[in-house]
Design a protein around this ligand. Sequence first.
Ligand SMILES: Cc1cc2nc3c(=O)[nH]c(=O)nc-3n(C[C@H](O)[C@H](O)[C@H](O)COP(=O)(O)OP(=O)(O)OC[C@H]3O[C@@H](n4cnc5c(N)ncnc54)[C@H](O)[C@@H]3O)c2cc1C
Length: 469
Amino acid sequence: MKIGIVGAGSAGLFAASELGKSGIPDLEIKVFDQGPPVDKRYCAISEGLACMGCDPCKIMSGIGGAGAFSSGILNLDENIGGDLAQLCNNAGLDAKQIIGHIEAFFLQNGAPDKLFNPFQNEQKLKDLLFRAASMDIRFVPIKQRLLGTENTPNVIKSIQKTLESDYDVKFFPNTKVQRFDANKQLYFGNKEKTDSQEKFDAILLAPGRWGMVWLSKQCEELGIRTSYLPLDIGVRVEVPSIILEEICENIQRDPKFHIITPTYNDFVRTFCVNHKGYVVKEMYEEKIVGVNGHQFTSDGDSRNSNFAFLIRQALTAPLEDTTEYGRAIAKQASVLGGYKPLIQTLGDLRKGHRSRPALISKNPVQPTLNDVTPGDIAMAYPYRFVKDILEGLERLDHIIPGVNNDSTLLYAPEFKRSAKLVQVSPFLESKRFKKIFFAGDGAGLSRGIVGAAVTGIIAAQGILRRIYK
Ligand SMILES: Cc1cc2nc3c(=O)[nH]c(=O)nc-3n(C[C@H](O)[C@H](O)[C@H](O)COP(=O)(O)OP(=O)(O)OC[C@H]3O[C@@H](n4cnc5c(N)ncnc54)[C@H](O)[C@@H]3O)c2cc1C
């Protein structure tokens, strides 16, 4: 019985583990990964920071997916990172139990023992919930663990070794799958051999966001239905770390606040909070830049904290292409920034001023990312999104005093490209072709490391059911 997995990110790795654990004799599991796009190879030195003493390119050898380049915040909750409770329920599985197994596997492979648990301090959590509710804000308390950017590659390396030694999983790094067909044949190649192919009994497509465009084209060619998902777009907000200290250190490491803005009724949320972390520049494709956040160690070592402040925007026919819409806005921001991210103080955005280098240099909050262009985000973003950002931060200030200060720094574009949602059965199998399964962010099924892992496990359970049938 041969299973081919495309993508060695969180979804692919946890699917391989679930299949391996089944103990089915003669089960051959092969995992193909093309490796990260070259510009994702994160290096502290390239950001003007001290060398972290590691070489991600060497350590990771192309395994680990986008999570390998992240701070590794593990959101241990079925309501975060996708509709995990619903997905598990559809398949008759217990989301809490699956997330528990995922957490245990991370711990076995070097995740720090420290658990950020908002439920530990009942009074503080109650106070925060009250303050949030009284301002019409929803706070979502969840348990979290933090791998830290520095440690994440080692955890992934350990997971890879465990899968190889315990379950004989075979990895094919730096190998791109060019296409798959309805007969579960994978066509792939690498530097040494560009045109190999192999037929499998079942295949799992988990190519993440780096492979989402490829996946949706493949689905289109095979007549597998997909649909657009809402776009997440906004800014990365940077404040002195002391402003977030009370919440991040005493209640929740990556606090999730959900706001409905008064003017447009838009859904805005905090996402990917890097307490004592750094803002980093990303390059999505030629001439489209973006920003993200990192935290090198689980305690953090910067004087600032940052978080994404994202508006969720769905579109309807005839303009439902959220990918292209997000791309167009990001491109506009990139052009205005001279292909560097834009930076602006919140005070300037509010007053309708462009930020200038002289002002940024004497701003009380100094940026942790310097490869930026001071400018005017209002020239790049639609009015509606600017209004959402201003109104959202104003409201959040009642919970996190200081976040709405004039000196707060905003970086743009910050957007999360959304994959197209592949139409699948409860076990994430193609509705059109049997034994072709999908998992992870690239198929629009998850949004996060743990979420992707959950979908990998559901798909693996689906594959096992097919084997037994
Ligand atoms: C900078 C950054 C920070 C983040 N921080 C966090 C965080 O702290 N916490 C969190 O929960 N989430 C975070 N995320 C999101 C998280 O990384 C993803 O949600 C998660 O990695 C998705 O897992 P996946 O398995 O679906 O895809 P991925 O992890 O992206 O893995 C997919 C893999 O498939 C490979 N692939 C694609 N196409 C092909 C092909 N044709 N042939 C072969 N291989 C292919 C890719 O190279 C990739 O390695 C972050 C993301 C980024 C970019």
